[in-house]
Design a binder for this molecule. Sequence first.
Ligand code: AMP
Ligand code: GLY
Length: 426
Amino acid sequence: MRVLLVGSGGREHAMAWALCKSPLMDELLIAPGNAGTAGLGENVPVSDADVPGIVSLARDRSVDLVVVGPEVPLANGLADALGDADIKVFGPTRAAARIESSKSWAKRLMARHGIPTAGFATFQSIHESLAHIDTLPEGPVVVKADGLAAGKGVIIAESRQQAGEAVAEMIHGQMFGEAGSTVVIEECLDGPEVSVFAFVDGRTVSTEVAACDYKRAYDGEKGPNTGGMGAYTPPEVWSPALAARIRAEVLEPTAAAMDAEGSPFRGILYAGLMLTTTGPRVIEFNCRLGDPEAQVLMPRLDSDLLEIASAVASGRLSEIDVRWNDRAAVCVVMASGGYPGTYVTGKPITGLENVPEGSRVFHAGTAVADDGTIATSGGRILGVVADAVDIASARSNAYDAISTITFEGAEYRTDIAARAVDAAIR
Ligand code: AMP
Ligand code: GLY
């Protein structure tokens, strides 16, 4: 098959690596890709945000299947445009991508179908928001921008006063643009968080798999939110009973609800959940793989990703046995100094060839410089990944590998998966 993978992050390098293991793969194009994907296929300089450009590329190069990594092109209707051009696509339509692109739509879907989530109300006016906040008990309140905000549209307000300020900032401030013109005010939940993923072809929900990610920039959950500084799998709280419960209470009802309401979901459904004392509850849905969760999950996928993606695209997922192995995996993200604020790019990366066997590096913001060397070109640069029989070995292998790689200003967290290792010892 000739495949076009859309995106340029660490998630896409991990997906490209998994796709290339398939005996069905003849040729891989990546738009726009990074220095890592350049080693697996042909990078084509078309932006992942350019919907008509991606459709033309797929048509001109007679692509058999387009696999979409990030959420923005999905929210902008890339899957619909490819469908109109009769090109097979792995990824949800614009209507189905609302599960991520509109938090208020997702919340209302959950409310209609009894899918467990935090209590909520949605508003477009400050006045009504403040009146609602006044009715809430004193204590933390969660305020969210409705639309896509690259993981940064959530404020956990410590008091009603702070919640009011957050609402005013979202509705009137410039920070969130259109994404903030509707706000969701939510009950604040407590408990461990897990991200659960399953392939869905509209009806069939594959075997699920879980991971944990780290959103804050610095050790000990300090600093600003980022796209994700590390991940591990499986979560220490994961069990067959919990997986079965999440499948029965969240994944299957959500897929069935979307199908019944005329926007069937085809792609990877990502449920961010909080495990509260009263059971798992949905914090958010995403319409794609997580980044950096993909980097730890792809090594655990024993089935053929290309076969799965192509089955999802044609509604044949029930014919495929999706198997995840029971190894543990850890990903530590190396970022440019200053990320997620301002940072400098163009720094040469050295030591990539010294990474020990058993570990691998998925590139994110990297580019091949004119002299053929690899240099930094973004905020998150590399995901250093190790998989092993247990989480302690995976973690120590990932950190051993990271110590072999250098670039000026490199920053990474030193506590990724530490709590899972502690839990395994206890
Ligand atoms: P989101 O972008 O929706 O994943 O939210 C970012 C982070 O905010 C989540 O990973 C949670 O840690 C936190 N969060 C979101 N919603 C809630 C909630 N209702 N209660 C407590 N924490 C939340
Ligand atoms: N790592 C969180 C996300 O991909 O949304």
